[in-house]
Design a protein around this ligand. Structure first.
Ligand SMILES: CC(C)(COP(=O)(O)OP(=O)(O)OC[C@H]1O[C@@H](n2cnc3c(N)ncnc32)[C@H](O)[C@@H]1OP(=O)(O)O)[C@@H](O)C(=O)NCCC(=O)NCCS
Length: 234
């Protein structure tokens, strides 16, 4: 397991005793943060950690490191939305990109792409990222959320179908379309609350890491002082 995959408790991914509002998926609670340009480095690390097969599933071709770097550099955090799940080390272990295309005179269309660290799959994280992106897309006035996936990408298509999307197959590729309801007060409030709790959850995890670091530093100084005291004592 790489350090990026570590699903240890006490982090943003934590066991279900974690923060009250974190969404519980199976036995695991996760919180999903909306990301910004300051997360590019961590997004890049997550994407570069994907093996060739996953890069193929994610991008439709085996993206090399340079292509992934350029994709991350080009991410548009103003018109699009990027969501991430962090582990207790505050590394990104899953991300979703919601691209929003505004056609003149028509309703905007959303396109969804996602990746989850291999060791954390099958726990509902991909599905939660899809729901989070759909909520944001709905609140942005998007009427249809699309996914372009390889026809053999059973987990991705299962996620979309389970949430009501229609899937059309064209040879080796499939397109999933999820019709979104119009935004309302409840959907807007839900997004505000989810954003608030995810940010709070992240701040708590970041603070506890700082305290842990200080505590570890203090322990080192303390044990050195004890050792020195023993050497110097008569
Ligand atoms: C697709 C991906 C994001 C799924 O992430 P995940 O966290 O494992 O997804 P979830 O756990 O939420 O859901 C996976 C679903 O697929 C189902 N599934 C898994 N393997 C399956 C298979 N071979 N056949 C049918 N369904 C399958 C699971 O049962 C689960 O459905 P459930 O919620 O009804 O149980 C992840 O596999 C990934 O990162 N793949 C590489 C990149 C990629 O393919 N991106 C999608 C294209 S944009």
């Amino acid at each position: 397991m790489s350090e990026f995959d570590d699903p240890t408790a006490q982090g943003i991914i934590s066991q279900s005793r974690g923060p009250v509002r974190a969404r519980v998926v199976g036995n695991t609670s996760i919180s999903i943060r909306a990301l910004g340009p300051n997360h590019r480095t961590r997004l890049l690390k997550h994407l570069l950690s994907l093996e060739a097969e996953d890069r193929f599933l994610r991008f439709g071709y085996v993206a090399n490191d340079g292509q992934i770097r350029s994709y991350v550099e080009r991410l548009d955090f103003v018109n699009d939305a990027v969501f991430g799940v962090f582990n207790h080390r505050l590394h990104i272990v899953a991300m979703a990109h919601l691209a929003i295309y505004k056609a003149p005179g028509g309703a905007p269309v959303g396109e969804f792409g996602v990746s989850v660290a291999p060791s954390l799959r099958g726990q509902g994280i991909g599905g939660r990222l899809y729901e989070r992106a759909a909520l944001h897309a709905r609140n942005e006035g998007v009427e249809v959320l699309q996914i372009q996936a390889l026809a053999g990408n059973a987990p991705m298509l299962a996620i979309a179908r389970k949430r009501g999307a229609t899937v059309h197959r064209h040879g080796a590729e499939s397109e999933a379309y999820l019709k979104l309801p119009r935004p309302d007060l409840e959907s807007r409030l839900q997004e505000i609350i989810e954003t608030y709790w995810a940010d709070l959850h992240y701040s708590l995890a970041a603070q506890s890491r700082i305290w842990l670091g200080l505590l570890q530093g203090f322990q080192v100084v303390r044990s050195r002082a004890i050792k020195a005291g023993k050497i110097c004592s008569p």
